[in-house]
Design a protein around this ligand. Structure first.
Ligand code: URA
Length: 436
């Protein structure tokens, strides 16, 4: 097999054969195919696409470079959730213990944040003592005892993807639906979950800015899961506005605990319950309403057990950043727009996120929102509070936020801030459902 023939075939719009796919993934993983050759192939795939058969084979080949986990010895069905990432997306934190409290086992292998979307592990690491790295045996023990585990994915799950994703990141080839779908699904299929619910975000703060593209990604992933025997459904959900009222690590843990205590922002509760219901249905568990498990405290009990099982203290005071800066509303009226991407970038600049994989994050950094689109705001009252340990970062974060919101006058149409107040209609959070 010659890698140049494989690159030329895809460059010229041909379908790759099973043998070509198996060989190129193996040869790239063991270093026989060089980074520059794989980046040429990734670009050819980005430009010319792959059909369902090719994507399936590409995914299988990536799974085949590593281990496959097996949860068949557990006494209950497994269900997992994957989000394509958004600003303020802390849903895994209340969702995993909630679904465990309803009777499923939730093996949630998560990642760290890179860029403007936060990582679940970074959020949980703001809890004193909590450990993300577990051996496979420890992970199975937590899953067996608590019903939910959130931990770092093993390096041995689809190692080809780890190498290829890092390459795509620096060669402008992340935005290919076949490559994104096979990347996400190779890890989820290798993880061995029986049911999977995908939260595909759409909007400025998401990977997919456009609903059409998000739908195509969702359909591709649902087909991949289904073809591999994983009961898979996807929800397309709005990410034009940040989720909840916080973006940042410890800030988001506090908000998640509020949801587990039966409170919390309405959008976080709505999405947590919608995803929980989908996970339970896909796992074949019926007759349990997750809303009851939030109300009766059993989801909170599962959260406490899950945090303790990984060395954390669920009762410990969470860290606060050393400095705060309040951004006041410049006018009175209805908040008509609050851009997710700008809030995500500003939170990242304040220290909540990282630029390079090895950078540390600040546990207390981030942004608190005091209003969401549709809310009435008053000139001079707090609109956003910025948190950081390094106050020299406030200026750059405030720059990011300068055009991030609009306030519409309630009586007189469009005002100086570009928004229309009186006829503002909120966007729905859950846009569409995609199933096989
Ligand atoms: N997340 C992944 O794991 N892979 C991608 O390609 C994109 C997002």
């Amino acid at each position: 097999m010659n890698v140049i023939d494989v690159i030329r075939a895809k460059r010229d719009g041909a379908r790759l054969t099973d043998q070509q796919i198996d060989w190129v993934i193996r040869a790239y993983t063991d270093g026989t195919v060089a980074d520059e050759q794989m980046s040429a192939l990734a670009m050819a795939i980005l430009l010319n696409g792959m059909d369902r058969g090719e994507i399936n084979r590409w995914t299988d080949a990536m799974i085949g470079t590593g281990i496959r986990m097996d949860f068949s010895a557990l006494d209950r069905p497994t269900a997992d959730k994957h989000s394509t990432g958004g600003v303020g997306d802390k849903i895994t934190l209340p969702l995993a213990p909630l679904v465990a409290a309803c009777g499923a086992a939730v093996p949630q292998l998560s990642g760290r944040g890179l860029g403007h979307t936060g990582g679940t592990l970074d959020k949980l690491e703001s809890i004193p003592g909590w450990r993300a790295r577990l051996s496979t045996e420890e992970m199975l023990n937590v899953l067996r005892e608590v019903g939910a585990v959130v931990c770092a994915a093993s390096d041995e799950l689809a190692p080809a993807d780890r190498k290829l994703y890092a390459l795509r990141d620096v060669t402008g080839t992340v935005e290919s639906i076949p490559l994104i779908a096979s990347s996400i699904m190779s890890k989820k299929i290798a993880e061995g979950t029986g049911a999977l619910v995908l939260d595909v975000k759409v909007g400025s703060g998401a990977f997919m800015k456009d609903r059409q593209q998000a739908r195509q990604l969702a359909e591709t992933m649902v087909a991949l899961g289904t073809d591999h025997g994983v009961k898979t459904v996807a929800l397309l959900t709005d990410m034009q506005v940040p989720l909840g009222l916080t973006a940042g690590n410890a800030l988001e843990v506090r908000e998640s605990v509020e949801v587990l205590a039966g409170g919390g922002p309405a959008d976080v509760v709505e999405l947590t319950l919608a995803l929980a219901r989908e996970m339970l249905a896909a796992a074949g568990i019926d007759g349990v309403d997750p809303a009851d498990k939030l109300a009766d405290g059993s989801a909170m009990d599962a959260w406490r057990r899950m945090i303790r099982a990984q060395g954390g203290d669920p009762e410990a005071e969470l860290p606060w950043a050393k400095e705060r800066h309040v951004l006041a509303a410049p006018a009175s009226g209805t908040l008509t727009r609050l851009d997710a991407l700008a809030v995500g970038v500003a939170a990242w600049r304040l220290g909540a996120g990282r630029t390079r994989k090895e950078d540390p994050v600040q546990a207390g950094a981030g942004i608190e929102l005091h209003a969401k689109p549709g809310d009435t705001v008053t000139a001079g009252a707090p609109l956003l509070t910025l948190h950081t340990d390094t106050p020299e970062r406030f200026e750059a974060a405030l720059d990011d936020l300068s055009g991030a919101f609009s306030i519409g006058a309630d009586d007189a149409g469009v005002d100086d801030f570009g928004g229309r107040g009186a006829d503002f209609a909120p966007r729905p959070l859950i846009l569409e459902r995609v199933s096989a």
